[in-house]
Design a protein around this ligand. Structure first.
Ligand SMILES: C[S@@+](CC[C@H](N)C(=O)[O-])C[C@H]1O[C@@H](n2cnc3c(N)ncnc32)[C@H](O)[C@@H]1O
Length: 344
């Protein structure tokens, strides 16, 4: 239902706002609460255990028969369920991700994600400067939050290789005998593992909290490169990286959780662990300098306020200045969300 522009040409209509509210029934405003209710009512689990009609689910839940039928139909048109006659089934992919207890169960992750602003507490948090709103996602005991998301990657790492292969090509970092690559806060580690896969002489050092490194090792085994991997478990700010150990260090999608003081300290430590010709690669959503245009990056700002004590959306020049403060000499932008800094 796209809205019409105002008839009076002098009075612009509130089209961006109305389109957001009513513009399209596929908008997240309708779909996300439906998804949340489906997860809270555990409909996938109930269907998988043989309760296939709305009436059966209403009886065992127990819940309102009309409400659950409407919800199940909505989930069907969202392709999160399948339906034949009045019987619902799980799509082939769904048992892995929507049945509690499975290694890559995403339900809690999704529910947590949908509550990032504490269900309506963002304005109050901004008013009071009270952050994070719920839990601090930078703490080690919060790693469980990220695990299911990365378990999906660790289960099928091949699916993610191409993106990282392209990224290393863009950075002009060639795999070779003896290349030592450190992936800090690596998640499932696939970025560095992609390089290891291209050359058996590449040595990869994966850093993250211990449970995440278990996932990364699973990915390494699936890719057949686990013997090229060394683990550096713990807090990235205090792990001992040694001196002049690495040719490449990478920080992917983690810097924005931290404030600039923390990042300068981290960049300084990483510079020290790089060989003289070494480079630090940072992959992160880069805001445009005016923070007016790059929706993908700038939209993260309130989210980072809500989930971390100091995270922020940084632009290229913000990173450039932090990296120079940490002693890096040459900083270049290699792509939209990609930059590279040379130790010397
Ligand atoms: C959004 S994920 C990014 C994962 C990966 N680097 C990538 O590019 O996909 C953030 C990762 O940072 C890790 N992390 C965040 N803070 C950390 C810290 N202080 N020490 C170690 N790991 C940390 C988390 O455990 C998680 O694996």
């Amino acid at each position: 239902m796209p809205t019409q522009g105002a008839k009076n040409p002098d009075l612009p209509g509130p089209d961006p706002l109305m389109d957001l509210l009513l513009g399209n029934v596929e908008t997240p405003m309708l779909k996300l609460p439906i998804l949340r209710a489906g997860l809270e009512l555990q409909v996938w689990d109930k269907i998988a255990s043989g309760h296939n009609t709305a009436r059966e689910i209403a009886a065992i839940a127990p819940c309102d028969a009309t409400g659950i039928r409407q919800l199940l139909d909505a989930l069907t048109v969202m392709k999160l369920l399948e339906k034949t006659g009045d019987e619902y089934e799980l799509p082939a992919w769904a048992p892995h991700y929507l049945i509690p207890g499975r290694p890559a169960y995403l339900g809690d992750f999704v529910l947590d994600w949908l509550a990032w602003e504490g269900h309506g507490q963002l304005a109050e948090a901004i008013r009071l400067g009270k952050r994070p709103i719920r839990s601090d996602c930078t703490r080690g005991d919060m790693v469980d939050h990220f695990l299911p998301f990365y378990a999906v990657r660790a289960m099928a790492p091949q699916r993610y290789l191409e993106r990282h292969d392209t990224c290393w090509q863009t950075l002009r970092i060639e795999p070779r005998e003896g290349l030592r690559v450190l992936d800090v806060a690596c998640g499932a580690g696939i970025a560095a593992l992609a390089l290891a896969r291209q050359h058996p002489g590449v040595q990869v050092f994966l850093q993250d909290w211990p449970p995440m490194l278990e996932l990364a090792m699973e990915a390494a085994r699936k890719l057949g490169v686990d013997r090229q991997v060394t683990r550096l478990p713990g807090d990235m700010a205090s792990v001992d990286y040694g001196d002049r150990m690495f040719d490449v260090a990478r920080l992917g999608y983690v810097t924005y959780f931290y404030d600039s003081g923390y990042l300068v300290h981290l960049f300084t430590r990483l510079r020290k662990c790089l060989a003289p010709a070494g480079v630090l690669v940072v992959e992160a959503p880069l805001a445009d300098e005016g923070r007016r245009d790059r929706e993908d990056a700038v939209l993260d700002g309130p989210w980072l306020f809500a989930i971390s004590p100091g995270g922020d959306v940084y632009s290229y020049s913000d990173y450039e200045s932090m990296l120079r403060d940490a002693g890096f000499t040459r900083v270049t932008r290699a792509g939209e969300d990609l930059l590279k800094a040379s130790r010397s």
